[in-house]
Design a protein around this ligand. Structure first.
Ligand code: HEM
Length: 180
């Protein structure tokens, strides 16, 4: 008898050339598949200090027209020594025809985002359409994210944030490199 707990019949794919075959609608985001890691820096006018962080990001798929997205970050000091865990988030990027994306992203800080955007020519732009907040979450009104794949295999990420009474402005920038 088939025991779903003993064997995973449909493991996620992390590479465009490996099984399962990516759905045709994933074509504009195939370059993102896999695990990325690197460093970034961040700031916000409400924070006393800028910060530096390391991050790991994974995009995978199971043959259907959406990506599973998972990201975790930890603060580091000037030498790269880990200081403490920082932001984590995971979600689903639903690919629609013409490279349109509907992303659902949740964070343990009580924030859930629905972002919409577009993927084309190695760039993904996402902007929040709705933000839902748990009762004790910080006020977040909007985010804007841009992922850019460069020819040398770097994934650049920038993140703007409108939160805690501040207008939309820069919060994060990171450079990630393919790990696998
Ligand atoms: C790599 C990802 C991220 C990192 C490393 C990061 C890092 C930080 C740090 C270090 C702080 C200062 C508070 C603290 O020490 O924890 C902070 C504050 C904050 N971040 Fe981020 N963040 C990330 C992603 C995000 C995202 C995706 C959002 C929202 C969707 C967000 C929203 C906020 C808010 C609302 C604050 C509080 C500002 C305040 O209360 O003054 N962050 N972040």
């Amino acid at each position: 008898m088939f025991d779903p707990a003993a064997s995973l019949p449909y493991p996620d794919g992390l590479h465009p050339d490996a099984a399962p075959a990516p759905h045709a609608l994933l074509a504009p985001v195939l370059g993102l598949l896999g695990t990325w890691s690197g460093r970034g820096s961040g700031e916000y006018p409400t924070l006393a200090e800028d910060f530096t962080y390391a991050q790991e990001v994974t995009f995978s798929h199971d043959g259907r027209p959406f990506l599973h997205y998972e990201a975790r970050a930890w603060l580091i000091d000037a030498d790269g020594t880990p200081l403490r865990p920082s932001a984590r988030e995971s979600g689903w990027w639903r690919l629609r025809p013409d490279g349109r994306i509907e992303a659902l992203i949740t964070q343990p800080t009580g924030i859930a985002e629905i972002a919409i955007g577009h993927a084309a020519e190695g760039t993904v732009d996402l902007a929040t359409r709705e933000v839902a907040l748990a009762p004790t979450a910080k006020q977040v009104d909007a985010t804007r994210r841009r992922y850019t794949l460069t020819d040398d295999g770097t994934l650049a990420f920038v993140h703007d944030l409108a939160a805690v009474g501040q207008p939309l402005q820069h919060h994060l920038a990171a450079q990630l490199h393919r790990r696998d």
